[in-house]
Design a protein around this ligand. Structure first.
Ligand code: ADP
Ligand code: MG
Length: 469
């Protein structure tokens, strides 16, 4: 068996050595140079690195109030610094760990799965190492269904209900924080509990890539393939990260085809539809769309309120209904931020010992509220930039390549990337059907010009501030 290879140094989420700790050391060092010495010592130094879960870095603080304070003051900066170290990092989660300065705490999410029914299956544990841990809160019961996610939810349920395969693959896509990971974990929990004989593997695309590269290094790609090819349900989260890596993409595709040929269920998630995925070969892309493609739409007010009510139902909440309505109304970006806002409000209320009002919600959440108000559209950006450089709006879409129009167009693409959550292909489409590589080139070009030309940088920043205002 290949115990050596897999058991030797698997990417355990609680690994305390290795590159992640080095990244964390560098993030701390960077922050240390930016903030007051005392602040650093009191708040940042006590944080420990727990895990990298998908695109989320999990840190632990020694007490709830420290956690809340760090989150409100430094979460954004920590995320930026982490993203500079590992570009795949998109979010920071800070948990509370009461133990005294542990080197590493067990991730709160890594609880044992429901007991297995088959006792004589020695290989199972080590095989399960290829998966990522499941969050115990991410179950079907805890998922609030509304118009925006009902198709994805129904499809996820279907996967758990049939023994065979109904649609393959199930491809879930939607913006960040809308519940893709939640649904995938829910599928895994459900099958593990009800059909323990079915082997379900859930893992992030990053982990898939990591293991493949590892297998290459140990010249053990055969057992790598075997491991994946013996599962009944394979779920790979955030497959947009596989884009661009030719060899892993190839391997992913082989594994994918082999499983589909054997009639095994595959569930994938991404932040874009198969046809919008960047850096993925055309034949792979079209194959990804063969099954059921279910998108999770941005939340509606009703869904947001429903989620808030569900989240406060069990905890004897000190957040009155009026405040929940206020949150559902104002925090529109995604469910993760909505949850973050609710936690912050609840923490505040506990700390000051007074019930929350809309006024306190305003105060506690001013940064979040501001970010949620800022909804710039690509059309506005094009209009402002065209006015600023005194060119025709139509030239934002035209094929003219003269520098006098091409440069402002690049500035507009750059700002569209910075200020909206649109993907590169989406931005390209809005600029007269240009390719995503053109947008990427524009973004790089403007960044380059900004570093070399102070006046130009000021100009672009001014535009940016006007658009944000
Ligand atoms: P994604 O993977 O799409 O970025 P997640 O699945 O990580 O998003 O969801 C972000 C957070 O929002 C999680 O804590 C999840 O439990 C919560 N969440 C998202 N959608 C729902 C929903 N419909 N009901 C309850 N919680 C939700
Ligand atoms: Mg996710």
């Amino acid at each position: 068996m290949n115990v050596q290879v897999w058991g030797d140094k698997p990417m355990r989420e609680d690994d305390t050595s290795g590159p992640l700790q080095t990244h964390w050391a560098r993030v701390r060092a960077a922050l240390k140079s930016e903030i007051d010495e005392v602040l650093y010592r009191n708040w940042i130094k006590p944080l420990t690195f727990v895990a990298l879960r998908g695109s989320e870095v999990v840190l632990a603080a020694p007490a709830q109030f420290k956690r809340d304070w760090v989150e409100s003051r430094f979460a954004d900066r920590l995320r930026e610094l982490w993203a500079a170290e590992c570009p795949t990092v998109r979010a920071i989660a800070i948990i509370v760990d009461g133990r005294k300065a542990p080197v590493a705490v067990k991730p709160a999410v890594e609880i044992a799965p429901p007991p297995r029914v088959e006792p004589a299956a020695p290989a199972i544990d080590e095989r399960d190492d290829i998966g990522s841990p499941l969050d115990p809160r991410f179950t079907f019961e805890n998922f609030v269904v509304g118009k925006p996610n009902e198709l994805a939810f129904a499809a996820a349920r279907r996967v758990t209900e049939s023994n065979g395969v109904t649609f393959n693959p199930l491809f879930l896509y939607g913006g960040v924080g809308l519940g893709k990971t939640h649904l995938m974990h829910a599928i895994a929990w459900h099958i593990r509990a009800r059909q323990p004989r079915r082997r379900v593997i859930y893992l992030s695309a990053e982990k898939f890539m990591y293991q493949f590269i590892r297998a290459l290094r140990f010249k053990d790609t055969v057992s790598f393939k075997e491991q994946f090819r013996s599962v009944d349900v394979l779920m790979v989260d955030d497959v947009q990260f596989i884009g661009g890596r030719d060899s892993t993409q190839e391997e992913f595709f082989h594994t994918f085809n082999a499983l589909i040929d054997q009639n095994r269920q595959i569930v994938l998630s991404a932040d874009k539809s198969p046809s919008d995925l960047e850096g993925i070969e055309e034949r792979v892309r079209s194959r990804l769309g063969w099954g059921l493609v279910a998108d999770i739409h941005p939340t509606t007010y009703e869904l947001r309120l429903g989620i808030l009510q569900a989240k406060t139902e069990n905890s004897k909440s000190i957040v009155p209904p009026k405040v929940l309505e206020f949150l559902a109304h104002r925090i529109t970006s995604n469910v993760r931020e909505l949850e973050g806002a609710l936690n912050r409000i609840a923490a505040h209320a506990t700390l000051v010992g007074r019930p929350v009002t809309i006024e306190t919600a305003h105060e506690v959440l001013h940064d979040l509220l501001r970010a949620n108000d800022r909804r710039v559209t690509i059309e506005e950006i094009q209009k402002r930039v065209a006015e600023h450089f005194n060119i025709r709006l139509a030239d934002m879409h035209s094929a003219r390549r003269a520098r006098a129009v091409a440069r402002p167009r690049q500035v507009a693409m750059y700002l569209a990337k910075q200020l909206t959550s649109r993907s590169l292909p989406e931005i390209g489409r809005k600029f007269g059907g240009r390719d995503h590589t053109t947008v990427m080139h524009a973004v790089r070009k403007i960044e380059e010009l900004k570093t070399g030309d102070k006046q130009f940088a000021d100009d672009v920043d001014l535009l940016r501030r006007m658009l944000e205002a």
